[in-house]
Design a protein around this ligand. Structure first.
Ligand code: IMP
Ligand code: MG
Length: 180
């Protein structure tokens, strides 16, 4: 696999995003909503750099069957534990590809009447999109490649890598062979 973003580059960008978020949410106590499972590393690192009181909750949806292409439909697998009405909510996402997951989640959370809803994503793929995706904070724009590591998986593997890497055919073949 080929490293796309080093641990150091991710750490620096996370600190930068945390500074901007801390400034924008000054005096507020936002709820960070981590979108499981890919965002866990980014969320944990972001939380540690926020100079801000905040809470955290999780939501889980599925749009990808288990491979690299979206199934096109979104299903809610785990809902939030808390009530977000009247609260400032910051959704924390790992990567935006088609934007389908985020559009679904944004609509779903907006229907619960939060005071505000913002979105931070570590990665944003440069892909043509049918609908516009509203994102407040973006870490890195990347090419349309399948990436793994720092929480991101291929078939539930590779999340533990400390960096973001481009998945190569050999990585994919090794996982696929082990699954047979
Ligand atoms: P979207 O709904 O097409 O925007 O897909 C977003 C979700 O798909 C992300 O939250 C990831 O969980 C997953 N995903 C999209 N691209 C990648 C990738 O390159 N590697 C790993 N997971 C990805
Ligand atoms: Mg995700």
């Amino acid at each position: 696999m080929q490293i796309l973003l080093t641990q150091e580059a991710i750490a620096e960008k996370t600190r930068e995003l945390a500074r901007a978020i801390s400034r924008d949410f000054l005096g507020k106590t936002p709820i960070l909503v981590g979108i499981l499972k890919g965002s866990i590393f980014f969320l944990a690192d972001l939380m540690r750099h926020l100079d801000l009181d905040h809470e955290v909750d999780f939501i889980s949806i599925s749009s990808y069957a288990s491979g690299i292409t979206s199934s096109g439909t979104v299903r809610l697998l785990k809902d939030l534990d808390c009530d977000i009405s009247g609260r400032d909510v910051l959704m924390v996402e790992d990567i935006i590809d088609s934007g389908l997951s985020l559009s679904y989640l944004r609509k779903n959370l907006l229907s619960r009447n939060p005071r505000s809803l913002s979105i931070v994503t570590l990665l944003d793929k440069r892909v043509p999109r049918e609908r516009k995706v509203y994102v407040d904070y973006v870490g890195f724009e990347i090419d349309d490649l399948f990436v793994i590591g720092y929480g991101l998986d291929y078939a539930e593997r590779f999340r533990e890598l400390p960096h973001v890497a481009v998945m190569e055919e050999a990585d994919q073949r090794a996982v696929d062979a082990a699954r047979q």
